[in-house]
Design a protein around this ligand. Sequence first.
Ligand code: ZN
Length: 266
Amino acid sequence: MTSEYRGRFAPTPSGPLHFGSIISALGSYLQAKSQSGKWLVRIEDIDKPRNQPGATENILHTLEALGLLWDEEVLIQSQRVSLYRDFLEQLNERGLVYPCICTRSQTKGIPYPGTCRSGINIKKKTRSLRLKTNVDITGFIDQVQGDFHQLLENDVGDFVLRRADGIIAYHLAVVVDDQLQGITGIVRGSDLLDSTPRQIYLQKLLGYTTPAYCHLPIATYNNGKKISKQNHAPGIDHTNATSVLFKALEFLGQQPAPPINQCKRG
Ligand SMILES: [Zn+2]
């Protein structure tokens, strides 16, 4: 007997859904439904400064308008922060986490060189908590992108699990929730491909199963720039759901029947 497929869509409520996020929503929905599985929605709102008032309601409304109906109660990450902190504490007790006093400008854009790994000047203020990585290859076979692996200590470095502002890092919350929600397959944009080895590494440390991964191509504008909130992508027009779904299906390589714009009465 095979276990049930369980997929999810996990938007950040930093604005309305745009075409790029619809691709991830629809792709993950279809993957789950094609396997008679469940499709869950999780609101990833722990990075509070990024949240936009009303965005969660707007996202859920858009999904409903598109007919993408979730199968279980929507999970809200901001209601589970104490749970993530417990897992962080477990890793800390196992000696896998250490305080870091480096500033963002010191570490931005480069693999973290392990500056604070062997101890810090206790008079300095701890900024973040980092997870020790290692020199094993961490990788996976993506269903779209193929083999992808990293040597975390060199390619990424020890990464942050609790930020300087006290906020739990995305990677830890995602890994904990995917496990506790029983997610078996993750379909999302390939902009997250690079973070997957970090998440697999955390899954292994916590004794979790690794889901199947499918990283979809990223929707871009004609100039090649990613359609994203950062690039001021417009929100989806709720009133034009058919056209939105048609374009998204085409992007996913499907051959949908053309939308009927006018009903002819005979
Ligand atoms: Zn440091």
